[in-house]
Write a protein that binds this ligand. Structure first.
Ligand code: GLN
Length: 452
Protein backbone atom coordinates (compact mmCIF):
# COMPACT_ATOMS: atom_id res chain seq x y z
CA UNK A 1 0.00 0.00 0.00
CA UNK A 2 1.17 3.47 -0.92
CA UNK A 3 2.43 5.86 1.79
CA UNK A 4 0.44 8.98 2.67
CA UNK A 5 3.36 11.06 1.43
CA UNK A 6 3.16 9.45 -2.02
CA UNK A 7 -0.65 9.45 -2.06
CA UNK A 8 -0.69 13.22 -1.61
CA UNK A 9 1.24 13.57 -4.90
CA UNK A 10 -1.29 11.59 -6.98
CA UNK A 11 -3.48 13.10 -9.68
CA UNK A 12 -7.28 13.04 -9.36
CA UNK A 13 -7.49 10.00 -11.64
CA UNK A 14 -4.82 8.15 -9.69
CA UNK A 15 -6.64 8.91 -6.42
CA UNK A 16 -9.85 7.47 -7.89
CA UNK A 17 -7.96 4.32 -8.85
CA UNK A 18 -6.45 4.09 -5.36
CA UNK A 19 -9.89 4.41 -3.78
CA UNK A 20 -11.30 1.68 -6.00
CA UNK A 21 -8.37 -0.60 -5.18
CA UNK A 22 -8.79 0.04 -1.47
CA UNK A 23 -12.53 -0.59 -1.57
CA UNK A 24 -11.91 -3.90 -3.28
CA UNK A 25 -9.27 -4.90 -0.70
CA UNK A 26 -11.57 -3.99 2.19
CA UNK A 27 -14.28 -6.19 0.69
CA UNK A 28 -11.82 -9.07 0.37
CA UNK A 29 -10.55 -8.86 3.97
CA UNK A 30 -13.88 -8.96 5.79
CA UNK A 31 -12.63 -11.47 8.35
CA UNK A 32 -10.34 -8.80 9.87
CA UNK A 33 -13.24 -6.63 11.04
CA UNK A 34 -11.04 -3.54 11.04
CA UNK A 35 -13.86 -1.44 9.59
CA UNK A 36 -17.34 -1.35 11.08
CA UNK A 37 -18.62 -1.92 7.54
CA UNK A 38 -16.67 -5.20 7.35
CA UNK A 39 -18.55 -6.38 10.43
CA UNK A 40 -22.03 -5.17 9.49
CA UNK A 41 -21.88 -5.87 5.76
CA UNK A 42 -23.09 -2.36 4.93
CA UNK A 43 -21.52 -0.39 2.05
CA UNK A 44 -18.29 1.37 2.92
CA UNK A 45 -18.90 4.93 4.13
CA UNK A 46 -17.11 7.33 1.83
CA UNK A 47 -17.45 11.08 1.69
CA UNK A 48 -15.70 13.31 -0.86
CA UNK A 49 -13.14 12.41 -3.51
CA UNK A 50 -9.76 12.97 -1.89
CA UNK A 51 -6.92 10.78 -0.58
CA UNK A 52 -8.71 8.16 1.56
CA UNK A 53 -8.25 8.30 5.36
CA UNK A 54 -9.90 5.76 7.68
CA UNK A 55 -11.83 7.34 10.55
CA UNK A 56 -12.43 5.95 14.04
CA UNK A 57 -16.15 5.55 14.70
CA UNK A 58 -16.16 8.30 17.36
CA UNK A 59 -15.28 11.19 15.01
CA UNK A 60 -18.19 13.04 13.39
CA UNK A 61 -18.40 12.89 9.61
CA UNK A 62 -21.43 14.76 8.27
CA UNK A 63 -24.25 12.42 7.20
CA UNK A 64 -22.43 9.31 8.42
CA UNK A 65 -23.85 6.99 11.03
CA UNK A 66 -21.24 7.60 13.79
CA UNK A 67 -21.77 5.42 16.85
CA UNK A 68 -18.65 5.05 19.07
CA UNK A 69 -19.27 1.31 18.50
CA UNK A 70 -22.23 1.49 20.88
CA UNK A 71 -25.73 0.12 20.60
CA UNK A 72 -27.07 3.31 22.16
CA UNK A 73 -26.00 5.32 19.11
CA UNK A 74 -27.37 2.99 16.46
CA UNK A 75 -29.25 5.12 13.96
CA UNK A 76 -27.60 8.39 14.96
CA UNK A 77 -26.49 10.42 11.95
CA UNK A 78 -23.77 13.06 12.41
CA UNK A 79 -25.13 16.52 11.56
CA UNK A 80 -21.72 18.14 11.00
CA UNK A 81 -18.04 17.46 10.29
CA UNK A 82 -15.54 17.36 13.16
CA UNK A 83 -12.83 20.01 12.79
CA UNK A 84 -10.27 17.33 11.87
CA UNK A 85 -12.52 16.16 9.04
CA UNK A 86 -12.93 19.73 7.81
CA UNK A 87 -9.16 20.07 7.81
CA UNK A 88 -8.69 16.80 5.90
CA UNK A 89 -11.09 18.02 3.21
CA UNK A 90 -9.34 21.41 2.94
CA UNK A 91 -6.11 19.59 2.11
CA UNK A 92 -7.53 17.21 -0.49
CA UNK A 93 -8.08 14.19 1.77
CA UNK A 94 -11.41 12.52 2.47
CA UNK A 95 -12.90 10.26 5.16
CA UNK A 96 -13.04 6.67 3.93
CA UNK A 97 -14.57 3.99 6.16
CA UNK A 98 -15.43 3.81 9.88
CA UNK A 99 -12.94 1.89 11.96
CA UNK A 100 -13.96 -0.38 14.83
CA UNK A 101 -13.18 0.51 18.44
CA UNK A 102 -13.98 -0.28 22.05
CA UNK A 103 -17.40 1.10 22.98
CA UNK A 104 -16.97 4.82 23.70
CA UNK A 105 -13.18 4.30 23.54
CA UNK A 106 -13.20 2.48 26.88
CA UNK A 107 -10.87 -0.47 26.65
CA UNK A 108 -7.55 -1.82 25.45
CA UNK A 109 -8.57 -4.63 23.09
CA UNK A 110 -11.49 -3.44 20.87
CA UNK A 111 -13.44 -6.41 22.28
CA UNK A 112 -16.15 -4.20 23.79
CA UNK A 113 -17.39 -3.00 20.38
CA UNK A 114 -21.11 -3.54 19.75
CA UNK A 115 -20.16 -4.76 16.25
CA UNK A 116 -17.85 -7.58 17.26
CA UNK A 117 -14.17 -8.43 17.06
CA UNK A 118 -11.33 -6.88 15.10
CA UNK A 119 -8.50 -9.37 14.54
CA UNK A 120 -4.81 -8.60 14.88
CA UNK A 121 -3.48 -8.83 11.29
CA UNK A 122 -0.32 -10.66 12.42
CA UNK A 123 -2.12 -13.34 14.46
CA UNK A 124 -5.88 -13.75 14.19
CA UNK A 125 -6.14 -15.33 17.64
CA UNK A 126 -5.00 -12.06 19.17
CA UNK A 127 -6.50 -8.62 19.77
CA UNK A 128 -5.40 -5.58 17.76
CA UNK A 129 -5.22 -3.55 20.97
CA UNK A 130 -7.56 -0.71 21.75
CA UNK A 131 -9.45 1.36 21.80
CA UNK A 132 -8.48 2.42 18.25
CA UNK A 133 -7.96 -1.24 17.27
CA UNK A 134 -9.78 -0.94 13.95
CA UNK A 135 -7.64 2.00 12.81
CA UNK A 136 -4.40 0.20 13.70
CA UNK A 137 -5.47 -3.11 12.13
CA UNK A 138 -6.54 -1.35 8.92
CA UNK A 139 -3.20 0.46 8.60
CA UNK A 140 -1.14 -2.63 9.47
CA UNK A 141 -3.10 -4.83 7.04
CA UNK A 142 -2.59 -2.32 4.21
CA UNK A 143 -6.30 -1.67 3.87
CA UNK A 144 -5.92 2.02 4.75
CA UNK A 145 -3.44 4.65 3.59
CA UNK A 146 -3.53 6.14 7.10
CA UNK A 147 -6.08 6.47 9.89
CA UNK A 148 -7.25 8.74 12.65
CA UNK A 149 -7.66 7.46 16.18
CA UNK A 150 -8.23 9.00 19.59
CA UNK A 151 -6.07 8.60 22.69
CA UNK A 152 -7.43 9.16 26.20
CA UNK A 153 -5.05 6.81 27.97
CA UNK A 154 -3.10 5.08 25.20
CA UNK A 155 -5.70 4.24 22.58
CA UNK A 156 -3.60 5.42 19.64
CA UNK A 157 -0.19 4.26 20.86
CA UNK A 158 -1.06 0.83 22.23
CA UNK A 159 -3.05 -0.57 19.25
CA UNK A 160 -0.39 0.85 16.91
CA UNK A 161 2.17 -1.09 18.96
CA UNK A 162 0.16 -4.34 18.93
CA UNK A 163 -0.33 -4.14 15.16
CA UNK A 164 3.20 -2.99 14.28
CA UNK A 165 2.51 0.53 13.06
CA UNK A 166 3.23 4.07 14.24
CA UNK A 167 0.83 5.85 16.62
CA UNK A 168 1.23 9.50 17.55
CA UNK A 169 -0.60 11.29 20.37
CA UNK A 170 -0.06 15.06 20.13
CA UNK A 171 0.03 17.31 23.23
CA UNK A 172 -3.34 17.93 24.84
CA UNK A 173 -5.01 20.77 22.93
CA UNK A 174 -2.88 20.57 19.78
CA UNK A 175 -5.67 18.96 17.76
CA UNK A 176 -9.25 20.17 18.08
CA UNK A 177 -11.66 17.83 19.86
CA UNK A 178 -14.66 19.48 18.21
CA UNK A 179 -16.72 16.63 16.80
CA UNK A 180 -14.99 13.87 18.78
CA UNK A 181 -17.42 11.94 20.98
CA UNK A 182 -16.22 12.94 24.44
CA UNK A 183 -14.96 10.20 26.75
CA UNK A 184 -12.76 12.11 29.22
CA UNK A 185 -12.51 15.70 28.02
CA UNK A 186 -9.34 16.65 29.91
CA UNK A 187 -7.47 13.63 28.50
CA UNK A 188 -8.90 12.98 24.98
CA UNK A 189 -6.76 13.77 21.95
CA UNK A 190 -7.12 12.86 18.25
CA UNK A 191 -4.02 11.72 16.37
CA UNK A 192 -2.66 9.71 13.42
CA UNK A 193 -1.97 5.99 13.01
CA UNK A 194 0.32 5.36 10.04
CA UNK A 195 2.98 3.00 8.66
CA UNK A 196 5.84 5.45 9.16
CA UNK A 197 6.88 8.34 11.38
CA UNK A 198 7.04 10.62 8.36
CA UNK A 199 3.40 9.88 7.46
CA UNK A 200 2.42 10.51 11.11
CA UNK A 201 4.06 13.95 10.93
CA UNK A 202 2.32 14.72 7.63
CA UNK A 203 -1.13 13.77 8.93
CA UNK A 204 -0.51 15.55 12.24
CA UNK A 205 0.37 18.77 10.38
CA UNK A 206 -2.90 18.56 8.46
CA UNK A 207 -5.16 18.15 11.52
CA UNK A 208 -3.35 20.29 14.15
CA UNK A 209 -3.87 23.93 15.12
CA UNK A 210 -5.99 26.29 17.18
CA UNK A 211 -9.74 25.93 16.72
CA UNK A 212 -12.31 28.48 17.88
CA UNK A 213 -14.82 25.63 18.24
CA UNK A 214 -12.75 23.98 21.00
CA UNK A 215 -11.95 26.33 23.87
CA UNK A 216 -9.34 23.90 25.20
CA UNK A 217 -7.39 23.90 21.95
CA UNK A 218 -3.93 25.36 22.35
CA UNK A 219 -3.66 29.05 21.49
CA UNK A 220 0.14 29.19 21.09
CA UNK A 221 1.99 29.33 17.79
CA UNK A 222 1.79 26.26 15.59
CA UNK A 223 4.57 25.26 13.24
CA UNK A 224 4.53 22.42 10.73
CA UNK A 225 6.76 19.46 11.54
CA UNK A 226 7.03 17.18 8.50
CA UNK A 227 9.07 19.63 6.41
CA UNK A 228 11.59 19.99 9.26
CA UNK A 229 11.95 16.32 10.25
CA UNK A 230 15.52 15.57 11.22
CA UNK A 231 16.60 12.05 12.14
CA UNK A 232 20.19 13.11 12.72
CA UNK A 233 19.56 15.49 15.62
CA UNK A 234 21.43 14.19 18.66
CA UNK A 235 19.09 14.10 21.64
CA UNK A 236 19.32 13.51 25.36
CA UNK A 237 16.99 10.62 26.12
CA UNK A 238 15.90 9.63 29.64
CA UNK A 239 15.23 5.89 29.85
CA UNK A 240 12.70 5.05 32.59
CA UNK A 241 14.55 2.24 34.25
CA UNK A 242 11.92 1.02 36.71
CA UNK A 243 9.35 0.75 33.89
CA UNK A 244 11.66 -1.31 31.71
CA UNK A 245 12.57 -3.57 34.64
CA UNK A 246 8.88 -4.23 35.33
CA UNK A 247 7.99 -5.17 31.74
CA UNK A 248 7.98 -8.75 30.41
CA UNK A 249 11.29 -10.38 29.48
CA UNK A 250 10.72 -10.04 25.72
CA UNK A 251 9.86 -6.32 26.01
CA UNK A 252 12.85 -5.76 28.28
CA UNK A 253 15.22 -7.46 25.82
CA UNK A 254 13.84 -5.63 22.77
CA UNK A 255 13.97 -2.23 24.44
CA UNK A 256 17.46 -2.80 25.85
CA UNK A 257 18.70 -3.53 22.36
CA UNK A 258 17.06 -0.34 21.05
CA UNK A 259 18.73 1.65 23.82
CA UNK A 260 22.13 0.28 22.79
CA UNK A 261 21.43 1.25 19.17
CA UNK A 262 20.30 4.76 20.16
CA UNK A 263 23.52 5.12 22.13
CA UNK A 264 25.79 3.98 19.31
CA UNK A 265 23.99 6.35 16.95
CA UNK A 266 25.12 9.20 19.19
CA UNK A 267 22.10 10.00 21.33
CA UNK A 268 22.93 10.65 24.98
CA UNK A 269 21.21 8.12 27.26
CA UNK A 270 20.50 8.82 30.95
CA UNK A 271 18.53 6.63 33.36
CA UNK A 272 15.65 7.86 35.54
CA UNK A 273 12.84 6.35 37.62
CA UNK A 274 9.20 7.44 37.65
CA UNK A 275 8.07 7.01 41.25
CA UNK A 276 4.55 8.28 40.58
CA UNK A 277 3.76 5.06 38.71
CA UNK A 278 2.05 3.60 41.75
CA UNK A 279 -0.59 6.36 41.54
CA UNK A 280 -1.13 6.41 37.76
CA UNK A 281 -3.81 3.75 37.44
CA UNK A 282 -5.95 4.93 40.36
CA UNK A 283 -5.65 8.58 39.33
CA UNK A 284 -6.51 7.90 35.70
CA UNK A 285 -9.47 5.64 36.45
CA UNK A 286 -10.97 8.17 38.87
CA UNK A 287 -10.60 11.17 36.55
CA UNK A 288 -11.51 9.33 33.33
CA UNK A 289 -14.62 7.68 34.79
CA UNK A 290 -15.74 10.88 36.55
CA UNK A 291 -15.56 12.85 33.30
CA UNK A 292 -17.09 9.98 31.35
CA UNK A 293 -20.08 9.76 33.69
CA UNK A 294 -20.79 13.45 33.06
CA UNK A 295 -20.12 13.24 29.29
CA UNK A 296 -22.21 10.14 28.67
CA UNK A 297 -25.20 11.44 30.63
CA UNK A 298 -26.31 13.05 27.35
CA UNK A 299 -27.25 9.61 26.03
CA UNK A 300 -30.66 9.52 27.63
CA UNK A 301 -32.93 8.31 24.83
CA UNK A 302 -34.28 11.81 24.28
CA UNK A 303 -31.76 13.44 21.99
CA UNK A 304 -29.49 10.84 20.41
CA UNK A 305 -29.71 7.42 18.82
CA UNK A 306 -31.72 4.58 20.29
CA UNK A 307 -34.79 5.06 22.48
CA UNK A 308 -36.14 2.18 24.56
CA UNK A 309 -39.82 1.53 25.26
CA UNK A 310 -40.94 3.12 28.54
CA UNK A 311 -44.04 4.30 30.38
CA UNK A 312 -42.48 7.34 32.06
CA UNK A 313 -39.33 9.49 31.96
CA UNK A 314 -37.41 7.62 34.64
CA UNK A 315 -38.07 4.35 32.91
CA UNK A 316 -37.03 5.92 29.59
CA UNK A 317 -33.58 6.78 30.97
CA UNK A 318 -33.17 3.45 32.73
CA UNK A 319 -34.33 1.30 29.84
CA UNK A 320 -32.44 3.24 27.15
CA UNK A 321 -29.17 3.10 29.07
CA UNK A 322 -29.77 -0.41 30.35
CA UNK A 323 -30.27 -1.73 26.82
CA UNK A 324 -27.91 0.64 25.01
CA UNK A 325 -24.68 0.58 27.02
CA UNK A 326 -22.40 -2.45 27.28
CA UNK A 327 -21.01 -3.82 30.56
CA UNK A 328 -17.72 -1.90 30.57
CA UNK A 329 -19.42 1.44 29.91
CA UNK A 330 -21.94 0.74 32.70
CA UNK A 331 -19.13 -0.19 35.09
CA UNK A 332 -17.41 3.12 34.39
CA UNK A 333 -20.62 5.14 34.75
CA UNK A 334 -21.11 3.60 38.19
CA UNK A 335 -17.52 4.24 39.21
CA UNK A 336 -17.56 7.81 37.87
CA UNK A 337 -20.85 8.68 39.53
CA UNK A 338 -19.58 7.23 42.81
CA UNK A 339 -16.34 9.24 42.90
CA UNK A 340 -18.26 12.44 42.15
CA UNK A 341 -21.02 11.87 44.71
CA UNK A 342 -21.18 14.07 47.78
CA UNK A 343 -19.20 12.61 50.63
CA UNK A 344 -16.77 10.83 48.27
CA UNK A 345 -15.85 13.77 46.03
CA UNK A 346 -13.07 15.03 48.31
CA UNK A 347 -11.77 11.58 49.15
CA UNK A 348 -11.48 10.42 45.52
CA UNK A 349 -11.95 13.08 42.87
CA UNK A 350 -10.13 15.96 44.56
CA UNK A 351 -7.35 13.65 45.68
CA UNK A 352 -6.99 12.34 42.13
CA UNK A 353 -6.62 15.91 40.83
CA UNK A 354 -3.78 16.46 43.30
CA UNK A 355 -2.13 13.20 42.30
CA UNK A 356 -2.47 14.25 38.65
CA UNK A 357 -0.55 17.47 39.36
CA UNK A 358 2.15 15.42 41.06
CA UNK A 359 2.42 12.96 38.16
CA UNK A 360 2.65 15.85 35.68
CA UNK A 361 5.40 17.53 37.71
CA UNK A 362 7.44 14.33 37.76
CA UNK A 363 7.38 14.04 33.97
CA UNK A 364 8.21 17.74 33.64
CA UNK A 365 11.10 17.45 36.05
CA UNK A 366 12.72 14.72 33.93
CA UNK A 367 12.03 16.69 30.74
CA UNK A 368 13.74 19.79 32.14
CA UNK A 369 17.00 18.00 31.70
CA UNK A 370 16.23 15.51 28.89
CA UNK A 371 14.73 16.10 25.42
CA UNK A 372 12.76 12.87 25.44
CA UNK A 373 11.62 10.06 27.72
CA UNK A 374 11.94 6.46 26.50
CA UNK A 375 9.78 3.64 27.91
CA UNK A 376 7.61 0.67 26.91
CA UNK A 377 4.05 0.96 25.54
CA UNK A 378 2.64 -2.21 27.05
CA UNK A 379 3.93 -4.87 29.44
CA UNK A 380 3.93 -7.50 26.67
CA UNK A 381 2.78 -8.31 23.13
CA UNK A 382 -0.84 -8.35 21.83
CA UNK A 383 -3.16 -10.36 24.11
CA UNK A 384 -5.09 -13.46 23.10
CA UNK A 385 -8.84 -12.83 22.85
CA UNK A 386 -10.38 -13.06 26.32
CA UNK A 387 -7.03 -12.81 28.09
CA UNK A 388 -7.85 -9.34 29.43
CA UNK A 389 -11.44 -10.03 30.46
CA UNK A 390 -10.81 -9.22 34.13
CA UNK A 391 -11.42 -5.43 34.25
CA UNK A 392 -8.82 -4.80 36.91
CA UNK A 393 -6.15 -6.61 34.88
CA UNK A 394 -7.17 -4.58 31.87
CA UNK A 395 -6.82 -1.31 33.80
CA UNK A 396 -3.38 -2.33 35.07
CA UNK A 397 -2.21 -3.04 31.52
CA UNK A 398 -2.47 0.71 30.77
CA UNK A 399 0.36 1.52 33.14
CA UNK A 400 2.81 2.82 30.52
CA UNK A 401 0.46 5.00 28.50
CA UNK A 402 -1.90 6.84 30.86
CA UNK A 403 0.66 9.05 32.63
CA UNK A 404 1.27 10.84 29.33
CA UNK A 405 -2.41 11.82 29.06
CA UNK A 406 -2.56 12.89 32.70
CA UNK A 407 0.45 15.14 31.99
CA UNK A 408 -0.87 16.34 28.59
CA UNK A 409 2.38 15.47 26.78
CA UNK A 410 3.07 14.41 23.16
CA UNK A 411 4.17 10.79 22.66
CA UNK A 412 4.82 8.37 19.82
CA UNK A 413 4.92 4.60 19.60
CA UNK A 414 7.46 3.17 17.17
CA UNK A 415 7.90 -0.54 16.30
CA UNK A 416 11.35 -1.77 17.35
CA UNK A 417 11.27 -5.57 17.24
CA UNK A 418 9.33 -8.77 16.60
CA UNK A 419 9.25 -11.71 18.98
CA UNK A 420 9.64 -15.36 17.91
CA UNK A 421 6.00 -15.51 16.78
CA UNK A 422 6.45 -12.33 14.71
CA UNK A 423 4.37 -10.32 17.21
CA UNK A 424 5.30 -6.69 17.37
CA UNK A 425 7.07 -4.86 20.19
CA UNK A 426 7.18 -1.05 20.21
CA UNK A 427 8.92 1.63 22.20
CA UNK A 428 7.46 4.92 23.36
CA UNK A 429 9.08 8.35 23.14
CA UNK A 430 7.56 11.21 25.15
CA UNK A 431 8.40 14.90 24.79
CA UNK A 432 7.75 18.28 26.38
CA UNK A 433 4.31 19.81 26.01
CA UNK A 434 3.84 21.31 22.50
CA UNK A 435 7.27 20.11 21.36
CA UNK A 436 5.92 17.64 18.81
CA UNK A 437 8.94 18.27 16.56
CA UNK A 438 11.41 16.65 18.97
CA UNK A 439 9.13 13.63 19.49
CA UNK A 440 8.82 13.14 15.74
CA UNK A 441 12.57 13.70 15.16
CA UNK A 442 13.39 11.15 17.86
CA UNK A 443 10.76 8.78 16.47
CA UNK A 444 12.20 9.03 12.97
CA UNK A 445 15.69 8.46 14.30
CA UNK A 446 14.54 5.37 16.23
CA UNK A 447 12.65 4.04 13.21
CA UNK A 448 15.78 4.39 11.01
CA UNK A 449 18.11 2.91 13.61
CA UNK A 450 16.03 -0.23 14.18
CA UNK A 451 15.62 -0.77 10.45
CA UNK A 452 19.43 -0.67 10.30
N1 GLN B 1 -7.40 1.65 27.95
C1 GLN B 1 -7.70 2.97 28.44
C2 GLN B 1 -9.14 3.04 28.91
O1 GLN B 1 -9.79 2.08 28.78
C3 GLN B 1 -7.42 4.00 27.40
C4 GLN B 1 -8.51 4.20 26.43
C5 GLN B 1 -8.29 5.34 25.48
O2 GLN B 1 -7.20 5.88 25.36
N2 GLN B 1 -9.36 5.76 24.86
O3 GLN B 1 -9.61 4.02 29.38
Amino acid sequence: MISLKEALKLSADEISALRAELKDKILKTKELGAYVEQLTGEALNVSGEGVPIAIKDNIQVKNWNVTSASKILQGYVAPYDATVIKKLRERGLAPFGRTNMDEFAMGSTTESSFYGKTLNPTDHSRVPGGSSGGSAAAVAANIAVAALGSDTGGSIRQPAAFCGCVGFKPSYGRVSRYGLAAYSSSLDQIGPITRSVEDAAILYDIIAGRDEMDSTSYAGAYESTADKLNADRKLKIAVIKNYIDEASQQVKEALSLSIEKLKSFGHEIVYRDLCSSKYDIATYYIIATAEASANLSRYDGVRYGNRAKALNLKELYANTRGEGFGDEVKRRMLLGTFVLSSGYYDAYYIKAQKARAFIKSEYEEILKDADLIFMPIAPGVAYKFGELSDPLRAYLSDIYTIGVNLAGLPAISVPVAKNKEALNISAQLIGRAYDEQTVLDGGLSLEKIVKG
